[in-house]
Design a protein around this ligand. Structure first.
Ligand SMILES: [Zn+2]
Ligand SMILES: [Zn+2]
Ligand SMILES: [Zn+2]
Ligand SMILES: [Zn+2]
Ligand SMILES: [Zn+2]
Ligand SMILES: [Zn+2]
Length: 166
């Protein structure tokens, strides 16, 4: 607080002190849902487009996002699916399984949202390079079992029969 405000009190312009920029939660200057003086938002008089409020970013209840893969072209919202990955190095991937070491992980990056993964195990989707988990079926019963890869990014799924008889 500026010394002069301490002595004479604040010089309020609506919600904000003109001298020291201190704010109070009253007399905001609302432009729709947002105060033009302090940036505070309220949950009324939003300025909706098809997905969200263009002023404060609040998502519409039945938002019609314009998905470009993982990201909405209109409001920038991201979702968990639709990434478009690119491999940044040539770590071998055999049947979806990553053959990498800790010092040299496989690196994939989404060309749309920039999300990056550094992977040493266990699998990536052979189709879109999204990191995948592996499910084992019949493991522990005999020497043969099945490995399932299911991609949550593009719906690709595959399974391999493995026979570990030594
Ligand atoms: Zn002040
Ligand atoms: Zn304000
Ligand atoms: Zn708003
Ligand atoms: Zn959107
Ligand atoms: Zn993405
Ligand atoms: Zn995939």
């Amino acid at each position: 607080m500026a010394m002069i405000c301490k002595v004479f009190g604040h010089k309020w312009n609506g919600c904000t002190c003109k001298r020291c920029s201190k704010r109070r939660d009253e007399q905001h200057d609302w432009n729709g849902c947002k105060c033009i003086l302090c940036g505070k938002t309220r949950d009324e008089q939003h300025d909706w487009n098809e997905c969200a409020c263009t002023r404060c970013g609040k998502e519409k209840e039945q938002a019609q996002h314009d998905w470009n893969g993982c990201t909405c072209a209109r409001c920038g919202k991201r979702r968990y699916t639709g990434h478009k990955y690119r491999r940044l190095n040539n770590i071998p991937v055999i049947n979806g399984y990553i053959s990498a070491s800790k010092s040299q992980p496989l690196i994939v990056v989404c060309t749309i949202c920039g999300r990056e993964y550094r992977l040493t195990s266990p699998a990536i989707c052979p189709k879109c390079y999204h990191p995948c988990t592996v499910d084992y079926e019949g493991f522990g019963q005999d020497t043969s079992y099945k490995k399932h890869i299911k991609c949550t990014n593009c719906d690709y799924s595959t399974s391999y029969s493995v026979n570990d008889s030594y």
